[in-house]
Design a protein around this ligand. Structure first.
Ligand code: B12
Ligand code: SF4
Length: 474
């Protein structure tokens, strides 16, 4: 049996570690979670000494992962262990491990089979550098690359996510909103998204867009409901409504057997009348969809959203008609955007009556077409370092955009114009002043309110969560 310790920086549930844990435990291995913000940063070394994990595992995205490198370094300096990284960043930038000798293995793509192989290899003392999907150091300052295994064809064969990993933390266990995933992959080709890059990476290695059977998903929801209780079911699939046949069959069973409010992500172009109606009748509290930018030309030509203003207006009207609230995702600072374009985004949201607002600053993610485009067109410095990515809501790494600093400020106060449209002309003027701490404060307040509304929490719950998670809550 191999002993695995997952380390995470902030309090949020994460399916990467949960699926890795589920397959590892099924294979007879022992897995635990340590959350830095909840357990206390200074307690990592004593935990490592007490637990003596054979494997220290971390799941990271391309944003703010410095804590993970520090944790891997601390692990290597404290005990003899193997450090394994997985998630979006190692998938698209596995070379980053060359700069970090404390990372032994980086997993590219889906990790279930690969992680189990690593646990088994560690247990039996065999070579871990020959495992498909796992990238390691070649001993000469470079990387040893291994082929990718095929995608998991039947998602029902993957065990349910191991929630015990995160639910040992009361804060996460008691959160009424519990996440689920119905499938994997997305068929669209938006240039700024990891899906296009991942689908290309897996070309010839199996079907990229896959669904669990409705029965398998329902069984998991009922299990979580009876074990932990659920207030709202959150389907976090990138596009929950793409396969209409699957959706309608699933909702029919869901209505009869689960009967809980839920939320999901959709694309405005997919929202036909009967889909909106079925969502409304099945207890959908709200849907989220991306508008991204109000300028149709940037939305469709630069970001390849393939979505018109008209489709967005129709989707909103259908949601209003069927009593389903909606959250829109918007980004500010896309390549070529001006302040006037940003204000257009705000106006479109105000016009369609957006209920909840998600606003971020455009970031060219490593591995995506947008990243190449930004470098090619001079929006990014050629020596731009991925490590410089910090957060998607604070600043922009782009250059050559005269209105960029206004757009970055507008992102923080866009909600004011969306909920009080009379403020839009005022916002257009105020973002020209360097009142950045004020904009940041306004954004924080809006995030707390959004968090409260999204998860159906009282203000007291939000304060308690903030204190328990020391402000670091996903
Ligand atoms: C739910 C979600 C969140 C949740 C939970 C985060 C989490 N890490 O689970 C919250 C809201 C907290 C969140 C926050 C953010 N997110 Co997010 N999130 C998602 C979302 C929608 C689903 C993640 C998920 O559960 N997927 C299902 C699991 C099974 O897939 P997976 O994580 O890729 O894991 C597989 C492999 O990567 C691998 N694997 C993963 N971990 C490990 C670990 C080991 C040891 C091994 C061996 C393998 C392995 O095996 C897994 C199964 O095959 C994805 C989009 C998506 N469809 O995946 C975006 C996504 C991961 N998020 C993204 C981003 C940008 C963010 C934020 C930076 C946004 C922000 N607000 O600043 C933060 C960063 C948080 C953080 N510290 O990582 C990007 C990451 C892109 C990138 N290249 O970095 C994604 C891909 C969305 C996108 N369209 O680009 N997110
Ligand atoms: S629709 Fe959403 S998840 Fe799909 S490729 Fe576009 S941005 Fe990515």
């Amino acid at each position: 049996m191999a002993k695995v310790l997952f380390i995470q920086d902030a309090l949020y549930e994460s399916f990467g570690p949960q699926y890795m844990s589920a397959v590892a435990k099924q294979g007879g291995h022992d897995v635990e979670m340590f959350i830095l913000s909840a357990d206390g940063d200074r307690n990592l070394a004593p935990t490592l000494r007490r637990m003596q994990p054979d494997i220290v595992a971390l799941s990271i995205t391309s944003f703010g992962f410095k804590w993970a490198i520090d944790a891997a370094k601390e692990a290597k300096e404290t005990i003899k262990t193997l450090t394994v990284f997985g998630g979006a960043h190692p998938t698209f930038a596995p070379d980053f491990i060359v700069q970090h000798p404390y990372i032994d293995l980086a997993c590219k793509g889906e990790g279930e089979g690969a992680f189990l192989d690593v646990c088994n290899a560690v247990d039996s003392g065999s070579d871990v550098s020959e495992i498909a999907n796992m990238i390691s150091h070649d001993g000469q300052g470079g990387l040893k690359r291994i082929e990718l295994r095929a995608l998991v064809a039947n998602l029902d064969t993957i065990p349910f996510a191991d929630r015990t990993l995160h639910f040992k933390y009361r804060t996460l266990r008691e959160l009424p909103y519990k996440r689920f995933m119905a499938g994997r992959g997305c068929p669209y080709k938006c240039t700024y998204c990891f899906n296009l890059a991942q689908a290309e990476m897996y070309d010839g290695l199996g079907k990229y867009v896959r669904y669990r059977s409705p029965e398998n998903l329902i069984e998991e929801i009922l299990q979580v409901k009876s074990k932990y209780g659920i207030g709202t079911v959150g389907f976090i699939d990138d596009t929950f409504t793409t396969n209409r046949k699957w959706l309608l069959k699933f909702l029919e069973i869901y209505r009869q057997e689960v009967k809980l409010p839920f939320t999901c992500l959709v694309r405005a172009n997919e929202l036909k009348e009967h889909v909106a109606e079925a969502l409304g009748q099945s207890g959908c509290r709200y849907v989220s969809f991306g508008i991204e930018v109000g300028n149709e030309q940037i939305r469709n030509n630069i970001l390849a959203r393939h979505m018109t203003d008209e489709q967005i207006r129709n989707a909103a009207a259908l949601m209003h008609k069927h009593g389903v609230k909606f959250l829109t995702y918007n980004m500010f600072g896309a390549p070529g955007e001006t302040l006037q374009d940003g204000l257009k985004t705000v106006r479109l949201n105000a016009e369609i009556g957006t209920d909840l607002v998600g606003a971020s600053v455009f970031q060219p993610l490593i591995g995506t077409e947008s990243f190449d485009y930004c470098q090619r067109e001079g929006y990014l410095d050629p020596d731009f370092k991925v490590e410089d990515f910090d957060s998607i809501t604070v600043a922009s790494p782009l250059k050559k955009m005269p209105d960029l600093k206004y757009l970055v400020r507008l992102q923080k106060v866009a909600f004011l114009g969306i909920f009080w449209p009379k403020m839009i002309p005022f916002l257009g003027k105020i973002v020209k002043y360097p009142l950045d701490p004020l904009f940041a404060l306004a954004y924080k307040v809006s995030m707390v309110m959004r968090f409260k509304l999204r998860f159906g929490l009282s203000m007291m719950d939000v304060v308690k969560l903030g204190v328990r998670a020391r402000g670091r809550f996903g």
